[in-house]
Design a protein around this ligand. Sequence first.
Ligand code: G3P
Length: 217
Amino acid sequence: MKIFLDTGNLKEIEALVPLGIVDGVTTNPSLMAKEGGDPRAIIRSICELVQGPVSAEVVATEWQAMVTEGRELAAIDSHVVVKVPFTRDGVRACKVLAGDEIRVNVTLIFSATQALIAAKVGAAYVSPFIGRLDDIASDGMGLVRQIVDIFDAHQFMTEVLVASVRGPMHIVEAARMGADVCTCPVSVVEACFKHPLTDIGLEKFLKDWEKAQASRP
Ligand code: G3P
């Protein structure tokens, strides 16, 4: 399963790319707004840092305007994946952009029927928002399972990109279910590096090593 970073922050991306675990990046208008500055320049810089898909979301809401904006975003860099929301206009725009061979990530997916429709119009990715479903006492990961089953049964090429991730267990469950991608806030990736038994184990290894060195004749 690929791991994407869900951020528009260049410093966060720069810090994790050298570890070799970042397969791509997703952004959305809220994340870009947090960064300030020119969003298209930021997308360009992200594409320079990450040799993988970088989702950039349209803010237009009418399909023709979405197509125009999507084409502009796709022209920034060959790594750009155009993100459109799951609306009637978004679906129509996805069909046109996919026809232009522009990769589209259909976002704000909260049901299996939405994912199925997005796949039918040629989406490269669908983004089910797991955490936001969990937040309202719905089964976020259950939705991922449904989508993976449907795409497998019908051999859709559309990738399941698990989004709105809240913690490391979402990564584990997404991987077990066969999701293609899990996009994570940096805090969730950082949490994967923390384990008290690893820290205690390493401390003991190093102490034992030092003791042995000190007692050498
Ligand atoms: O990028 C979309 C998604 O991951 C948003 O997550 O935490 O705002 O629900 P969140």
